[in-house]
Ligand binder design. Sequence first.
Ligand code: UGA
Length: 455
Amino acid sequence: MKIAVIGAGYVGLVQAAGLAQLGHEVIAYDIHQRRIATLKKGLSPIYEPGLEECIKRGIEGKRLFFTDRLEEAVFFAPVLFLTVGTPAKSTGEADLSAVFAVAHQIALLAEEEKMLIIKSTVPVGTGDKVEKMMREISPSFPFHVVSNPEFLRQGSALHDFLLPDRIVIGLDDGGLAPLLQEIYKGIPAPILWMDRRSAEMVKYAANVFLATKISFINMMAELCESLSADVEMVSLGMGSDRRIGPHFLKAGIGFGGSCFPKDAFALMHMAREAGVPVPMVEAMMETNDRIPDRIVHRLLSLLPIKARRITLLGLTFKPGTDDLRDSPSLKVISHLAKYPYTLRAYDPLVKEGTPHPALHSVALTSTIQEAIEGTEAILLLTEWPEFKEADWIRLRRLVSHPLFIDGRNCLDEEKMKKAGFQYIRIGKKPTLFLKTEGDPRESTDGKRGVPASRK
Ligand code: UGA
């Protein structure tokens, strides 16, 4: 089937490359000419595992094309996916200007019946408004607007496209169903058919619910630290109940990224407009805002008095992406920047010289070794595999003081303690750490700084 994808950003590119992989003939349009020029060369302008290879395969197989001319995309296919951005305004409301502008142009350009499938995350009722507008602009051709929210995770987006748990399709005209079934024919997942407004709401409900699970477990982590329980055991115990499930119950430094915070604010805005109170969502966001500060307070309370150097490991909002948007690591940095510490940071995908206002107070290094040399505290903020695989026994010799806070509970506690670190996990009261005299760097046998048992 011939399909056009309007907006070659993160969602659009994965959608276009994925649809081409399913055997469709796809054209992806974007207003940014440089982006299209890059894509035509088979290069991905964004970092997403497997995406570039998939784009190359599509181009070579003559199933994937790119254009910066909207009319070319509109004439190419009877079915168009709308994947333009809907960033948050300062009020939290989703900015729909790109959605309406593009839909407006499509309605002006179209010379035949078109189906516009909205993948962008849009407030409930947007599909109705877009369809009405398009039909008013061009009453001679029927335009059908469908909602088909995306559930792609950065870092595993292609996998999520090809093997989703479900496909949600919201439409107010059942006659469109066969065409939509044809589009997703190769994907082994149930299609959940529903009305357009409910499909729009599913996207917000799913993201806000997942974010709520994370804030809930982070709140439990705080309680566990105070009451000497272990949040990982709590997570295991509650997550093993099939009604609750084990996913998104990993305590850490809070959630970030371009989706959860944005969608939670947009939901709050929608609720305000509708006059419906949503105190749970507000509390969930407040908890998430508080978590990075809590980890900083914990760090400051454990730092040796004369400490000057702090190392941050991991800056992106999660591993497998170079995305810093709303990353909780940046909140940790801006809090720590108020103190007279020297901050060094290493992230496998954030290179020295990365232009970001929050990174001005940090010296970025190109290796873990450089980042921790002579440091007095290490704060792990993103659970990159490189940190899990590092030889911490050897690395321990490089630090001046072995304080190590694992903000993602991702390293092996026993190994870290054996390596001689004062190793602290989230949601667990630390065992006492007996400091020994002298320069800790002299120790290579892991005997210094042996943790004493709690009792
Ligand atoms: C999220 C959703 O998971 C996708 O289903 C959705 O399509 C996407 O938003 C979107 O709306 O486009 P993503 O933002 O890529 O995907 O990242 P997640 O893997 O969901 O992680 C979000 C944040 O939660 C990260 O900062 C992660 O570290 C944190 N997290 C996740 C936890 O702190 N604990 C957990 O147990 C899970």
